[in-house]
Ligand binder design. Structure first.
Ligand code: FES
Length: 277
């Protein structure tokens, strides 16, 4: 069992953070890598990126939105209880280096959990980092202080204008691009946001990294469930990614594959909610 040592609810319980004791994983984890977790012996395998790693305490922190049966099950696990299995670290780490120019880190929703360690690594490597974070509303904004602490310049955007700029992060990104030399953009969030960001940066010729979140099963390159099309070639996000060149990703194909089990997921969630009413 992988014990939950701390648990926090955000956005009125819609978003949950779990700090989990996993010393072997914490020892090896690098920014950009993820774990696959199951709640119990009959649980679904869920890939989640590590938002924080504390090598001294031997813990990793994952943050997820409660959207279906598996994440409801995850959120029911209390401090002192645990996850049946946590496998990792999986995937290729982010390639971090000092860039000749500014790095923009842009992201939204719970994907800020993925963006945070990457932003921190770019900042600690001596880069000028402009961070643009977005959320539906002020209460859905996570890791604000943590992201601010690792940014040279920090912007908040909300869909409803309840905090920061009223609108999309890409509007702010365009203003930043107009003002200074950008060496790289790291965009992590909902697929349409990554698609739009990549199409904008392509026009400006700015290298862009995105982190993809296809359905995964084994997480080790054997099942093919996580396949994505990159520059016309099939790649497995779990071993070749999860990060790819945003200008080469077939985002429409990824959106189709992510929707493949929508109906089954809804039925399973309804059944779980009825049973636990
Ligand atoms: S999850 Fe099976 S190949 Fe990637």
């Amino acid at each position: 069992m992988y014990e939950v040592v701390a648990r926090e609810e955000m956005a009125d319980g819609e978003i949950v953070s779990n700090e989990i004791l996993a010393p072997q994983i914490a020892k090896k984890a690098k920014p950009g890598q993820f774990v696959i977790m199951i709640a119990n012996e009959r649980g679904e395998r869920v890939p989640l990126t590590m938002a924080k790693v504390d090598k001294e305490k031997g813990t990793i922190t994952v943050i997820y939105m409660v959207v279906g049966k598996s994440t409801r099950l995850f959120s029911s696990i209390k401090v002192g209880e645990g996850f049946r299995d946590v496998v990792g670290p999986l995937g290729s780490p982010t390639h971090i280096e000092k860039k000749d120019g500014t790095v923009i880190c842009i992201g939204g929703g719970t994907a800020l959990a993925v963006l945070h360690p990457i932003t921190k690594a770019y900042f600690e490597a001596g880069n000028r980092v402009i961070t643009i974070v977005g959320a539906r509303t002020a209460k859905h904004l996570i890791l604000e202080d943590e992201m601010r602490a690792v940014s040279t310049e920090f912007h908040i955007c909300t869909d409803d204008g309840s905090k920061g700029y009223h609108g999309f992060g890409t509007d702010v990104m365009e203003q930043v691009i107009a003002k200074e030399k950008i060496a790289e953009v790291v965009a992590i969030g909902p697929v349409p946001m990554m698609k739009y960001t990549s199409s904008l940066t392509k026009k400006h010729g700015i290298p862009t990294v995105v982190s993809l979140n296809p359905i995964m099963i084994d997480g080790t390159g054997m099942c093919g469930g996580c396949r994505v099309t990159i520059d016309g070639k099939t790649k497995f996000a779990c071993v070749d990614g999860p990060e790819f060149d945003g200008h080469q990703v077939d985002f429409d194909g990824l959106i189709r594959r992510l929707q493949a089990y929508n109906l089954e997921e809804r039925c399973s969630d309804n059944e779980y909610c009825k049973l636990n009413d």
